[in-house]
Design a protein around this ligand. Structure first.
Ligand SMILES: [Zn+2]
Length: 174
């Protein structure tokens, strides 16, 4: 499983990859070059699925779709292709149409293949490349309100989680 680790103030600690079977109690993170303790106490259910956050110990986590970075690039390419086709000349050259069709196919494929990941309500650490139990639900406002941000980082997290439409619960920094 891959983890993006954050502290209880939701500040990024770094990323790591670990073997779930081995349950390492401490991991080394690349970004801050330090060791982080993991809490595996009742962290998995009978089927071996992760059921709580092993970074901060929070018992509630939600699922979300993990879109690869390439999705943004593909959308930009699609718009660029359309702009060239419209502005460049009134008759759209065949290669533009072919490119746009290819881009569309790739985009749909990415949407269909997008993997799910688990995110901690409290620290917003993310867990991916792991089997996810069916009982984990997607982000829920009532649950999220029980874990208010310890510092005003909600907006960034809301954007990342795709919950931008939700009103902000804290004031922007500065
Ligand atoms: Zn957590």
């Amino acid at each position: 499983m891959r983890i993006v680790l954050r502290d209880t103030q939701r500040r990024l600690l770094g990323r790591t990859q670990l073997d779930t079977e081995q349950r390492p109690t401490r991991v080394h993170v690349d970004r801050t070059n330090r060791e982080v303790m993991l809490d595996w106490e009742s962290a998995t259910d009978d089927a071996g699925h992760l059921r709580k956050c092993i970074v901060c110990g929070c018992p509630e986590i939600f699922r979300e779709k993990a879109f690869p970075q390439v999705t943004v690039l593909v959308i930009v390419l699609a718009f660029a292709g359309a702009a060239i086709g419209i502005v460049g000349q009134t008759r759209i050259p065949p290669w533009v149409l072919v490119t746009m069709a290819a881009v569309l196919v790739v985009d749909v494929a990415i949407l269909m293949l997008a993997r799910q990941r688990l995110v901690c309500y409290r620290c917003r650490s993310r867990f991916r490349d792991l089997p996810i139990a069916r009982y984990h639900r997607s982000w829920d406002r009532a649950t999220a309100e029980r874990y208010p941000s310890e510092q005003p980082r909600d907006r960034e997290n809301a954007i990342e989680a795709g919950n931008l439409s939700e009103p902000l619960t804290s004031e922007p920094q500065r």
